[in-house]
Design a protein around this ligand. Structure first.
Ligand SMILES: Cc1cc2nc3c(=O)[nH]c(=O)nc-3n(C[C@H](O)[C@H](O)[C@H](O)COP(=O)(O)O)c2cc1C
Length: 312
């Protein structure tokens, strides 16, 4: 008697403004697309009213309260082409103001997410400037609420120094041009193409696991260098997320992002934000360096916590 086994199914949930995150997600699943016994479906999230790209400056700043508080936007969710049951869900997202981008946090709060993710192993794929720790904490909470289990996390960050991306990333999202800008003074923004191409190795590991009919667990990407936790950002991200939360309440009390009052507040907040970034981030990094000999064990614990489940 011939035993019929169904094709393995992988669902990729993604959203991208510039296309960067889409390229990362596609590169990652590329090895699976050529396997006849693996079906890969894509759910491209589309907000009813999409966010602008490039962003006008005040609209960009005014996205922080809704991002930090994860206020959902309406999505056009067409799931008619999707299967009922997936062996693995890949959630590819970018970070907005130390939180998952609004389309992603909105999706994670829908009944559709609850039913697609329930009981499923999930791999998160992040492509952002370089500050993703607090966003992933929020995503972890959503996954726990949806009874999904996080089995892997793969992170791609901009391929230039933190100081350079402080200029290159905002210039990119505000002009729509990656650069280089200003005669090469500000390098090109975004994840390096070689890193995007290298994402395929994670897809190969997923394919291997499916072909061996092994269950997905937290060992999936161990030892593959899927994430690197920059310890310098641990404290500054916590402070930043707290600040976005508190200031966000004030902004939200002033109405919708387009309201005049919020436009005015945003002007003031830009100055505050820049001052925060150029003081708090280096200051906490400096304090961390000074205290390094005394905090080694604690930092190691934090790095292991934030790099879970993939490990560094
Ligand atoms: C509104 C907004 C806020 C952002 N905030 C952060 C952030 O807090 N941390 C970070 O590492 N990157 C941040 N980025 C960069 C994005 O994570 C991402 O790298 C970039 O927007 C490209 O993503 P895309 O694939 O949607 O084009 C932000 C981008 C935008 C548009």
């Amino acid at each position: 008697m011939i035993k019929l086994t169904r094709r393995s199914r992988v669902l990729v949930i993604h959203y991208s403004q510039s296309g960067q995150l889409d390229s990362v997600a596609h590169s990652l699943v590329k090895p699976l697309l050529s396997c006849n016994d693996i079906q890969v479906d894509f759910l491209n999230l589309r907000p009813q009213q999409d966010f602008p790209f490039p962003w006008p400056l005040l609209r960009f700043i005014n996205a922080f309260p809704e991002s930090a508080h994860q206020i959902p936007c309406d999505l056009q969710l067409d799931t008619s082409a999707l299967a009922d049951d997936y062996d693995l869900v890949i959630l590819a997202y970018q970070v907005w103001f130390l939180a998952p981008s609004i389309p992603i946090s909105s999706f994670l709060q829908t009944p559709t997410a609850a039913s697609l993710l329930k009981g499923k192993p999930v791999v998160t794929v992040i492509a952002c400037r370089n500050m993703w720790l607090q966003a992933q904490e929020k995503v972890k909470s959503h996954l726990t609420r949806c009874n999904a289990s996080l089995v892997g996390n793969v992170v791609f960050v901009d391929g230039v120094s933190s100081a350079a991306s402080f200029f290159s990333t905002p210039l990119w999202v505000l002009t729509g041009r990656k650069g280089p800008h200003w005669f090469g003074l500000v390098p090109a923004a975004g994840v390096k193409q070689s890193a995007i191409d290298g994402a395929a190795r994670f897809g190969e590991k997923i394919g291997l696991t499916l072909h061996k009919q092994q269950a997905f667990d937290e060992s999936l990407f161990r030892g593959m260098g899927a994430v690197r936790v920059n310890e310098k950002f641990i404290a500054s991200e916590k402070i930043g997320a707290r600040s976005f939360h508190v200031w966000g309440k004030l902004f939200l009390a002033c109405g919708a992002p387009e309201s005049l009052l919020r436009q005015f507040l945003a002007l003031f907040y830009i100055v505050f934000l820049i001052l925060m970034i150029v003081t708090v981030v280096p200051l906490t990094a400096l304090i961390k360096t000074i205290l390094k000999p005394f905090t080694k064990a604690r930092v190691a614990r934090q790095k292991s916590y934030y790099s879970w489940p993939s490990g560094e």
